[in-house]
Design a protein around this ligand. Structure first.
Ligand SMILES: [Zn+2]
Length: 134
């Protein structure tokens, strides 16, 4: 699957975002090693603290379906769903992604025109990983 195809899946997932408080819609598409894709959107909550990000929605969907080997995740987002800047994963999502794919996971970002790719290790240096608690 190409980066643009994965971004397309993230853009489609963004349409389902539930973000009545921030109006910042986010979509994510997680590519598994077996080629399957799990998408997610942000799901806000009136308590704010119970809000879940698009990336974690995608990861939790995948893990709950037995997938743990991830290759890449595309993330898109913007105010009112307008994608005009790169939307990078928050710190909590970086940590959750690191649980399953800390070294080689590719983070695929899209600002509406350009694609930018980082490894998770670049976005979360010196991470606390499962290795730390063995
Ligand atoms: Zn997040």
């Amino acid at each position: 699957m190409s980066d643009m195809e994965l971004i397309g899946a993230a853009l489609e997932a963004m349409k389902n975002a539930y973000a009545p408080y921030s109006n910042f819609l986010v979509g994510a598409a997680l590519l598994c090693a077996d080629g399957s894709v799990y998408t997610g959107c942000n799901v806000e909550n009136a308590t704010f603290g119970a809000t879940n990000c698009a990336e974690r929605t995608a990861v939790f969907k995948a893990v709950s379906e037995g997938k743990r080997d991830f290759k890449a995740i595309a993330v898109v987002g913007g105010k009112n769903g307008t994608v005009d800047a790169f939307c990078t994963p928050c710190g909590i999502c970086r940590q959750v992604l690191c649980e399953f794919a800390c070294e080689n996971l590719l983070i695929v970002l899209f600002d509406g025109k350009n694609v930018k790719t980082h490894t998770l290790a670049e976005l979360l240096p010196l991470a606390f990983t499962p290795e730390n608690v063995k």
